[in-house]
Write a protein that binds this ligand. Structure first.
Ligand SMILES: [Zn+2]
Length: 207
């Protein structure tokens, strides 16, 4: 019966690999091939280097409405979140502006933050920060302009006296977004901020 039901459910929603969008076996978010191509980073603030199937997965998850990949990508982050066990009291996702969240139908960082918080056994504060400016996408801007674009975009909101925060986002490029969000957390009385992202872009320094 269980097999029948499982088979029926998989017909309804065939499991896909987030990296290549091919039918995937099992619950893993990446198929065997994409998992081999995903580059882990040694930096504890990120799981993968941005690129290849990881970049494709994030593209699908963020811009193609594929919110179903949130649970699997969040589970990958949750597995790597043990560095912060006992070191943080809450998890706060970097929020989208409400306009963008409404257009997208979900907030990708919130979907990633939930499994991370669960694995650490701490609460997730989905409204810990508010994005008060609907800034142009960082990815569309030259690096030099990103800090200016994002400065003051966040304000502390419902932090409930949180002391040590793990800030969660999908991608880190220059770190400008995480910096702006950290400043808002500190303005809200948070004593320690750590940042954790699914993928970090390896920057080529402009000369
Ligand atoms: Zn794949």
């Amino acid at each position: 019966m269980r097999d029948l039901l499982g088979g029926f459910l998989s017909l309804l929603a065939p499991a896909r690999c987030a990296g290549c969008d091919e039918a995937a076996e099992g619950p893993a978010v990446f198929c065997h091939f994409c998992a081999m191509l995903a580059e882990p980073v040694s930096d504890r603030g990120a799981v993968f280097e941005y690129g290849g199937p990881v970049a494709d997965a994030i593209q699908r998850f963020k811009y193609d409405g594929r919110s179903e990949f949130g649970a699997g990508l969040g589970a990958v982050m949750a597995e790597e979140a043990y560095h912060w066990a006992e070191k943080v009291d809450v998890v706060v996702p970097v929020p989208l502006h409400w306009r963008r969240r409404r257009a997208r139908g979900y907030d990708q960082a919130a979907l990633l933050a939930r499994p991370v918080a669960k694995s650490l056994g701490v609460p997730v504060l989905l409204r810990g920060l508010r994005r008060v400016r609907n800034t142009p996408r960082q990815v569309d801007l030259p690096h030099a302009e990103r800090q200016k674009n994002i400065a003051g975009a966040f304000v502390p909101y419902r932090l409930g006296g949180a002391g040590r925060v793990l800030l969660v986002d999908d991608v880190r490029t220059t770190g400008a977004t995480l910096r702006a969000a950290s400043e808002a957390l500190r303005a809200g009385g948070v004593s320690e901020v750590h940042a954790f992202v699914l993928a970090a872009r390896v920057l080529v320094q402009a000369t």
